[in-house]
Each structure stands twice: as C-alpha cells, then as structure tokens.
Design a protein around this ligand. Structure first.
Ligand SMILES: NC(=O)c1ccc[n+]([C@@H]2O[C@H](COP(=O)([O-])OP(=O)(O)OC[C@H]3O[C@@H](n4cnc5c(N)ncnc54)[C@H](OP(=O)(O)O)[C@@H]3O)[C@@H](O)[C@H]2O)c1
Length: 364
C-alpha cells in the first residue's frame, strides 16, 4: 500500500470531533492533514470503527475517565498500516490490525503505537472483526479470567442482544454453559438464536423468572446496568457464584458526577466480597493493569487473537447492526442509541472514487 501522505488529494484525513455535551447531531466533521507516525507509531487507515455504549456516555459527559472536550471518540478500530515511524518494522505496512484505542478511532487515519496492534486473520471482514474488539476482549476476559465459567454451569447475561452481551452469550455457550439472557421484548428471538434462554428485562419480577429456570441460582451474573438492580443480580447467585459487574448503564442519563455511580458500585461490591456469604463480586475494567504495559498488552492480544480466530473459523457470529460512513457518525450514534438494533453500529470509510463505502442498516 502506498503512503497516503504522498498520495495527492488523499493527504487530507477526516475525523469526528465531540465538542462538548451535545446531542448526536452536535458531532462535528473536521478535515486535517494526515499526520506522520513518530518513533514506535504506525499510521493506520481506518476500515471500521465501532459505536460503543462508552460514546453514549461520553457525549453526556458521563464516561468515568473521558478526556476533556473537544476530542475524537472511537473506542476501537480495524485498519491497515500505511506507514511506520522511523526505525519501525516496515513489514507491518499493508497488513490489517485491530486496536483498542478508547478514543480517537472515529478518523479516516490515526496514529497508534505499533506495540498495540493485534493482527486480524486473513479473509475476515473489517466491520465484522471490529464488532469483536472491545466487545470480544471484555466478554472473553470476564468469562474466563474473572468468572472462570465451565461446562455445565448456568450464567445470566443482562442485555444479551447488546455488543458485549451477544458476545458473552456465544462464548459462554461455546464453553458449555447454559445461558439465560435478558433483553427487551423485540430482541427475544435474536437472543434465542444466539443460544440463550431469553427473558424480557422489563418483566415485573426478573428474579422469579430466573429462579423458575435456575431454582438454586446461577453460577455467574454479568451485569452492566448497576444501580439498585445489582442487589437482585447478587441475590441470584448460587453458593460459590460470581457477580461480574462491568458498567452503570442505569445512570447514563442521571444528573451529577460521572465517577460517583461507579465508585458507589465498587464500594458495594467490595463490601459483599468481604462478607462471609460464599459468593464473590467483582468490578471488571478492561483497562485494569495497564500500568504494567507489557503484561497488559500480552493478555489483551492473546484474548483478542482467540476471539478473532473463532470469528475466522465461523465459531462465533459477528453482530453488525449497521455500517455507516464516517461522516455520518451523528446518524450512527442516534441509531446506536435507538434501541432498535441488534449488535454493533460500525463506521466505515466514506464512499471513495472506486465506489467503496455507503450505508447498510439492519434493524433488529
Ligand atoms: N468495564 C469495562 O471494561 C467495559 C468494557 C466494555 C463495555 N462496558 C460496558 O458494557 C455495557 C454494554 O456496552 P455495549 O457497547 O455492548 O452496549 P450496547 O451494544 O448498547 O448494549 C447495551 C445493552 O443493554 C441493554 N439494556 C439497556 N437497559 C437494560 C436493562 N435495564 N436491563 C438489561 N439490559 C438493558 C440494551 O438493550 P436494548 O437494546 O433493548 O436497549 C442492550 O442490549 C456498557 O455499559 C459499557 O459501558 C464495560
């Protein structure tokens, strides 16, 4: 692949800017010169970047440790290396990689550390791979590094049609577990097709419905909702069971501090863990351990490589809800927040002169 910085009119890149607390329509499209990679960096040409729940929180100023505005959102990206920094490994050029970025992914070109690249298997579609970057790492690590889910166990996945939820269901089924999955009424069939027993999360008595399926309780609960419902999640555990809490979606629209709901939740989980109740409670944070960069990256790469391998082998089904061009990020965000889709809304490059790009939306 040629270096786009030398390619005439392609020397300009497009990026999406979140300027402050705005509605999706307030996202800005900005053009900039394509940057040059520094030592240890590569220039990645974006092929797919996802819309995650994190961006819904970031546009409300509600993500736990978001950068100050303005910034370019984009939690993860799949792209092809176009150039490497001085002294870098030139064999990376032309190869396709996935990167967990937290922010910055919603750009046609971006600089990333070469050490953070995870190769995407040949023949895998970029948007399909993209749906499994943050979602796949999160699901894999919670299942196998935190809850240690085994064959024959029963687990409860809240939001089983969502990005992380649909991945959790599939990986838990592969591990031989029975899965109960909550979702709104319109997504029950999708959850069943993924291999879980669906329950409507708006049911008046969720606990009774789960108990009807698992009278002795479940071996693990994966809860991204937080709030008062976390008490019911912990109560549904069988002796020896594990609660994995990994978000506070219930407070997305609440006024006040973005940190307080998370800190309150963690304090509660720590208290439950300290009490002699025969169960355990954890808060999962995908960035935990990042200060030990090498070990962190090795774990992340191993888990993501495994998930992408399963995708390449057809062992898990990617859930691409929609593909929209980067410049339509505002529409993509509105769609992701509409509760009408299954899986992940993915941004792809804008239509190019050779005809690539365009929209493709699949409502759930
Ligand atoms: N801690 C970490 O390191 C980490 C990493 C990645 C993600 N996360 C968290 O994981 C969560 C999911 O992210 P995502 O990108 O997968 O989001 P997503 O695709 O938007 O999915 C969210 C899911 O939650 C469901 N939901 C909403 N309200 C619910 C309720 N009251 N009870 C049960 N389900 C409910 C939604 O159902 P409908 O479609 O019916 O609305 C949807 O299935 C977010 O809270 C995110 O912050 C945490």
């Amino acid at each position: 692949m040629s270096d786009p910085r030398e390619a005439g009119d392609r020397a300009v890149m497009t990026e999406i800017v979140l300027p402050g607390v705005v509605e999706p329509a307030g996202l800005q499209v900005r053009q900039q010169p394509v940057p040059a990679p520094g030592p240890g960096q590569v220039l990645l040409v974006m092929e797919a970047s996802g819309v995650s729940f994190a961006e819904q929180q970031m546009r409300r100023g509600k993500y736990y440790d978001q950068p100050p505005y303005p910034f370019t959102p984009g939690y993860d990206v799949v792209g092809t290396v176009a150039a490497v920094g001085t002294g870098g490994d030139t064999s990376l050029v032309g190869r396709r990689f996935a990167v967990l970025t937290k922010t910055g992914g919603w750009a046609s070109h971006l600089l990333v550390p070469a050490a953070e690249l995870v190769e995407v298997p040949a023949g895998v579609d970029a948007a399909e791979a993209e749906t499994l970057v943050v979602n796949g790492i999160t699901a894999m690590q919670m299942l196998h590094r935190v809850a240690h889910v085994k064959a024959g166990q029963t687990v409860l996945v809240l939001g089983a049609n969502g990005g992380v939820g649909s991945t959790l269901v599939q990986l838990a089924r592969r591990a031989g577990a029975r899965v109960i999955g909550t979702a709104s009424a319109r997504h029950q069939e999708t959850v069943r097709e993924l291999g879980a027993i669906p329950i409507d999360y708006r049911t008046p008595d969720l606990t009774a419905e789960v108990r009807a399926i698992a009278p002795d309780g479940v071996d693990a609960v994966f809860d991204h909702i937080g709030g008062e419902g976390i008490v019911a999640s912990f109560g549904l555990l069988a002796p020896g069971g594990t609660l994995v809490s990994y978000g506070t979606a219930s407070t997305r629209d609440a006024e006040g501090s973005s940190k307080l709901p998370v800190l309150k939740l963690i304090a509660r989980l720590q208290l439950w863990n300290a009490l002699p109740n025969g169960k355990s409670a954890h808060f999962f944070n995908i960035w935990a351990g990042r200060r030990r960069a090498e070990a962190f990256q090795a774990r992340l790469a191993a888990d993501l490589t495994e998930v992408l391998g399963l995708l390449a082998e057809g062992e898990i089904r990617p859930q691409v809800a929609a593909r929209l061009p980067l410049s339509k990020a505002a529409d993509a965000m509105s769609l992701a927040e509409s509760s009408t889709v299954t899986g992940k809304v993915v941004l792809i490059p804008d239509v190019t002169r050779d005809g690539h790009g365009g929209s493709d939306i699949k409502h759930g």
